[in-house]
Design a protein around this ligand. Structure first.
Ligand code: APR
Ligand code: ZN
Length: 371
């Protein structure tokens, strides 16, 4: 049981930049594990924090899409061993409340991870002697992290760490929105607004489900190229004609449409892209307290189902290994999501690239030889 010094990406609590500093990571408590992080994706949900759109306790150790190797077990941990490769869960459900027992960990009523603390309300991290907080109770932009054992899902050793990391957030969110929330079936027509890591994962899920056509929309042409490689059948550069083009391509609206940006302007347009009886699936998360108007009379007349999706409505312990198996079998082209492997020192550049919409996912890797 020892404390580890760990180089980490810190959000100080103001401004939109991350600072790289050395934190102390305490030993895992009962039921927790210490993980040496090998890869951490740069996700839109980290960006929300830097833009001041979501409040978090600070200083914050950023990163919530991580994978690594278990290096120490807290007391009482069963089912994991030192040396196991794991992908980390940021929705750290209690697994005992009624929602969890009903198979809905995303609806856990005892969740603490959104507050960036461990299940007991404390933190294992410190910076210059004061408490520091792991973003979404993961804090994977750090050489070491402590998480509840139930939030470390064992993955096959042959799975690359950067793919394992993405399974922990964007892939679980996107594929789950298609299968668990929208329950897309073969032949349904689909639209995806926003083709970042989450939108591209939705497109891959739609392809697996047999949706057709799969129409990708983004304001960035580079993203549309990646969307086509990920399985989209049509790509539309977002402009004033987008809604009309979708109507034409789907002959009156898609069966299902997904918003994967979290933009208060594109979210209310979503029901307009689906046909009567269709589903509008809200995946992208807007800034805190954003009140977004919908034309409710239109929703009622046309019988539109609006579905709000949280973490893909899935079950990490069940779904992460399934996605790994599909990738390893060559049926889920998750490498398409990764545009760049970077060091922690390059994280600010990666967020700038994300703001411009230029690239797919950047993934921080901790072994310099992997960059
Ligand atoms: N119209 C069309 N496309 C847009 C627009 C717009 N107005 N604004 C942004 N985009 C595109 C960007 O070009 C980018 O490709 O949306 C995509 C957003 O992707 P990322 O920034 O990489 O975000 P991602 O990690 O995919 O997360 C998206 O899902 O889970 C949530 O919190 C997450 O709200 C975030 C959202
Ligand atoms: Zn994420």
């Amino acid at each position: 049981m020892s404390t580890h010094s760990s180089t980490a990406a810190i959000y100080p609590g103001a401004g939109d930049r991350i600072e790289v500093a050395t934190i102390e990571v305490g030993a895992p408590h009962r039921g927790e594990v210490l993980v040496q992080i090998k890869a951490s994706g740069v996700c839109g949900s980290d960006r929300h924090v830097l833009e001041g759109e979501w409040g978090v306790p600070s200083p914050t150790v950023m990163g919530h899409e991580g994978a690594g190797v278990v290096v120490e077990l807290g007391e009482g941990v069963t089912g994991l061993d030192v040396g196991d490769h794991v992908s980390l869960v940021w929705n750290q459900a209690c697994l005992t409340c009624v929602a969890c027992q009903s198979g809905k960990p995303w609806a856990c009523t005892d969740l603490r991870s959104n507050d960036c603390v461990m299940p007991d309300g404390t933190t294992r991290l410190s910076l210059e002697g004061a408490d520091a907080y792991p973003y979404l109770a993961v804090g994977s932009m750090s050489e070491f992290a402590v998480v509840p054992a139930s939030a470390a899902i064992r993955m096959p050793r042959e799975l690359p760490f950067e793919v394992s990391a993405l399974i922990g957030c964007s892939v679980h969110t996107g594929l789950g929105a298609v299968s668990n929330n929208a329950r897309v079936i073969a032949g349904e027509s689909a639209v995806v607004i926003g083709c970042g890591g989450v939108g591209l994962s939705i497109i891959m899920g739609l392809q697996l489900a047999g949706a057709h056509p799969i129409i990708a929309v983004d304001r960035n042409a580079e993203k549309l190229e990646i969307a086509l490689a990920a399985g989209a059948t049509h790509a539309l550069l977002a402009d004033d004609e987008t809604a009309v083009r979708i109507q034409e391509l789907t002959e009156g609206g898609a069966d299902v449409a997904f918003e994967a940006i979290g933009n208060p302007h594109t979210i209310p347009q979503l029901p307009g892209h689906v046909r009567p009886g269709g589903r509008a699936v809200l995946v992208g998360m807007p800034p805190e307290n954003a009140m977004i108007p919908f034309d409710v009379l239109d929703l009622c007349y046309r019988g539109i189902t609006v579905i709000a999706s949280n973490y893909g409505g899935g079950v990490p312990a069940r779904d992460f290994p399934r996605y790994a198996a599909l990738y390893l079998a060559g049926r889920l082209p998750l490498d398409t999501l990764i545009s760049k492997r970077i060091t922690l020192g390059e994280v600010n550049d990666a967020f700038n690239a994300m703001r411009s919409g230029a690239e797919a996912r950047s993934v921080v890797v901790f072994d310099e030889s992997d960059v």
